[in-house]
Design a protein around this ligand. Structure first.
Ligand SMILES: [Zn+2]
Length: 287
């Protein structure tokens, strides 16, 4: 399938480095991502735009700018404005030009960009008025009824807005009728139930949007998990299954949270560990 792919920056966030690296000691993780004086590391929220023969498909919207100023500060969201909309504008596009938005799950740092930027006297509106929103059935159920442990990661009003749009498509199978055979989904339970990873069949082999299964290249090494992962051992097993497949297929991974790397190939090094090769920091309408 001939497609054009672009990486789009959204708003960034500064999160506690320890929380991002689970059981890994700071002496190690601080070599991978440098913390600031408050122990925060910078994480990107990078979206992937696919332009195929018929449609413009956006994989994720990042954290966006919907939080009030005090919550933006709490979660270290920068800058103030909705950066993803500006990134679309740089390509001559608006959110109204997007035909499909695929959300890997509904944590606020992946789905918050669906909402308009914060305004003091107005409720947040749902953007992308011409798009179908593709969300896995299981992650939608989780977002409607979160566990106490991950409730703070969801946006309570979002599921209602998506249902009211009449453009919500809940996915329970490998393929979606909207996208066809060139796109397929992998499902993963370790980070959050029903995490949906999109695989795109490109001329250069499979490309997988790694979402929060592998948020950046530091998490390619399979035992490295996040404190936010609900079931870390599952994350490790699911990562190995996906990465084994990509190594065999010479596939590529797209990283949403890596501060520097958007895309890479994956190989095993001499010790058998998964590592990134042929890394790209940005892609703009690359076939
Ligand atoms: Zn998440």
């Amino acid at each position: 399938m001939t497609i054009k792919i672009s990486s789009l920056f959204g708003n960034g966030q500064h999160l506690d480095g320890g929380a991002m690296f689970g059981h890994v000691p700071k002496a190690l993780w601080s070599q991978w991502l440098r913390p600031d004086a408050e122990n925060h590391v910078f994480l990107a929220c990078r979206a992937l735009l696919i332009e195929d023969e018929q449609r413009r498909i956006l994989l994720e919207t990042g954290i966006g700018a919907f939080f009030s100023p005090e919550l933006k500060q709490r979660y270290g969201v920068t800058p103030e404005q909705h950066v993803l909309l500006e990134s679309l504008e740089k390509l001559g596009l608006s959110h109204t030009d997007i035909d499909v938005v695929i959300l890997s799950h509904l944590h606020f740092d992946h789905a918050g960009g669906l909402l308009s930027a914060y305004e003091a006297d107005h409720k947040n509106r749902l953007l992308f008025p011409n798009a179908r929103y593709l969300v896995s059935q299981e992650s939608f159920i989780r977002a409607k009824a979160p566990h106490k442990r991950d409730r703070a990661s969801f946006i309570p009003e979002l599921t209602h807005l998506l249902e009211a749009s009449d453009r919500l498509e809940l996915i329970a199978n490998e393929h979606s009728p909207t996208l066809g055979e060139n796109y397929r989904f992998h499902f993963s339970e370790g980070h959050t139930p029903g995490l949906m990873l999109t695989e795109i069949n490109t001329e250069h082999g499979p490309l997988v949007f790694a979402a929060d299964l592998i948020p950046g290249i530091a998490w390619l090494h399979s035992p490295i998990t996040m404190g936010y992962d609900r079931f870390p051992e599952k994350v490790v097993d699911e990562k190995e299954t996906l990465l084994d497949y990509l190594v065999k297929q010479k596939g590529r991974l797209f990283y949403t949270h890596d501060p520097h790397i958007a895309l890479s190939n994956v190989v095993r090094d001499e010790k058998g560990r998964f590592v990134a090769t042929e890394t790209l920091s940005e892609i703009s309408r690359v076939a």
